[in-house]
Ligand binder design. Structure first.
Ligand code: GUN
Ligand code: ZN
Length: 430
């Protein structure tokens, strides 16, 4: 099965923050993406590659769209889909008032499947093709999510939440049951098709030291599964961690002492990190999910991207639904830009789109598999449409450079500008 997609084409090959801008991406005004059996064969100028196509290749032309790799959401909660936009609270009250009651429903497998179906449909419509996803404390929530993701042939990472203290009884596991349930889910789902498992302690306040240690034990047994949790999101949360874990030197140290840092560890937020913590994340190859929509919505603070870059920490974007208020990665880039403006820092559109694609792939240790059009990568890609709304179409008439185009896409864009989403080379959206 050979297909070739023709159109304006962009993908990243390096971090614009680390190399000369011109060396960080490939851009073809009239490009061709050649795919065989769902994998990328080649990308380049259309006029050169069209001549070399074999006769049995199906050619699809997007004359008015920008083709790029699918977006990667490095932190999101599918069970919070139906409580998105809950009013008035910062993190800890928001969890108690809205989040925990919503998550209670996910003991029911069928409820989980219904929400997962809706959630994944929304993600795909927004152009996001891979995500690192929280379930709930219930095993069934992960079974439901993976069942639907598998039907849709998606590359998705999910895990059962571990929480054995400071939470309602109806959402509580134990160190032993959380370990056993996670292990069973790893055995059942990890590396099945394109599904991967993440050991998912909710955050330090809801996990006993015993539970975090068991999570570290499990990670040592299965070194290619992920570790996914929250870190330094909110000032009250950080003060609470200091009270709960007085013997530790700081919030990150709680996870570190339980051996939870590493190449496949992703920490959401990291809004209030000390330099020493950032350094530790960098030297352990851990990643941060930058969730600007959530950080603004919950009033958590302004993520310091420059600090993360200074210590060479891998960073991806996260929507953090339901604390984030949009499935759209384009809208998330908009919020990200504004958080950096409030810090007095400039987030360039190249850096934004890098973080949303290849940067996210690197944060998830999936470089070469997703995130760009390197040979052999899985052909999960999207087509963005500059003309989907009258305002963007009009604004685009006044722009001349790729930089401007990307910036406008990220400022004015949302789900409406995602013309098509393709999974393993096949179009899956209308
Ligand atoms: N910290 C612990 N749990 C959560 C959650 O569900 N959402 C966010 N944003 N932060 C958390
Ligand atoms: Zn979160």
């Amino acid at each position: 099965m050979k297909k070739a997609y023709r159109g304006e084409l962009l993908h990243f090959i390096a971090d614009p923050a680390k190399v000369a801008l011109i060396d960080s991406y490939q851009y073809f005004e009239d490009g061709l993406l050649v795919i065989e059996n769902g994998l990328v064969v080649q990308v380049g100028e259309a006029d050169l590659l069209l001549k070399k196509l074999s006769n049995d290749t199906e050619l699809i032309h997007y004359p008015h769209g920008l083709i790029m790799p699918g977006f990667i959401d490095t932190h999101v909660h599918y069970p919070q889909t139906e409580m998105i936009a809950s009013y008035g609270e910062q993190l800890l009250q928001w969890l108690e008032n809205y989040t925990f009651p919503a998550e209670r429903e996910f003991s029911d497998l069928e409820h989980g499947k219904r929400v997962a179906e809706f959630f994944l449909t929304q993600l795909l419509a927004a152009g996001t093709t891979t995500a690192l996803v929280f379930g709930t404390v219930h095993k069934a929530s992960v079974d439901a999510f993976f069942t639907i993701a598998q039907q849709k042939k998606l590359r998705m990472i999910c895990g059962k939440v571990l929480m054995d203290q400071n939470c309602p009884d109806y959402l509580s596991d134990t160190a032993a049951s959380g370990y056993a349930d996670s292990k069973a889910l790893i055995e059942k789902w990890h590396q099945v098709d394109r599904l991967q498992y993440a050991i998912t302690p909710r955050f330090a306040p809801t996990c006993s030291k015993a539970q975090l240690d068991k999570a570290g034990e499990l990670l040592a047994q299965y070194p290619d599964v992920y570790l996914h949790t929250h870190l330094c999101e909110n000032k009250d949360e950080i003060a609470w961690v200091a009270e709960l874990f007085p013997e530790n030197t700081g919030y990150l140290d709680v996870y570190d002492k339980s051996k939870l840092l590493g190449r496949r560890s992703v920490f959401a937020h990291g809004v209030h990190l000390h330099d020493s913590e950032c350094q530790r994340l960098g030297e352990t190859n851990s990643a941060i999910a930058f969730c600007p929509s959530s950080n603004l919505f919950l009033g958590s603070g302004l993520f310091n991207l420059q600090q993360a870059q200074q210590f060479d920490v891998n960073v991806g974007f996260g929507s953090d639904i339901g604390a984030g208020t949009t499935f759209s990665m384009l809208s998330t880039l908009n919020e990200g830009y504004k958080t950096q403006q409030l810090r007095g820092d400039k987030l360039s559109p190249f850096q934004s789109f890098y973080l949303a694609t290849l940067g996210g792939a690197i944060a998830l240790d999936l470089e070469g598999t997703i995130g760009n059009f390197t040979k052999g990568a899985e052909a999960d890609f999207i087509v963005l449409d500059y003309t989907a709304t009258p305002l963007m179409a009009r604004r685009m008439q006044h722009c001349k450079t790729l930089t401007e185009k990307l910036f406008i896409l990220s400022m004015l864009g949302d789900e409406r500008h995602v013309l098509a989403t393709h999974i393993m080379g096949e179009k899956v959206t209308e």
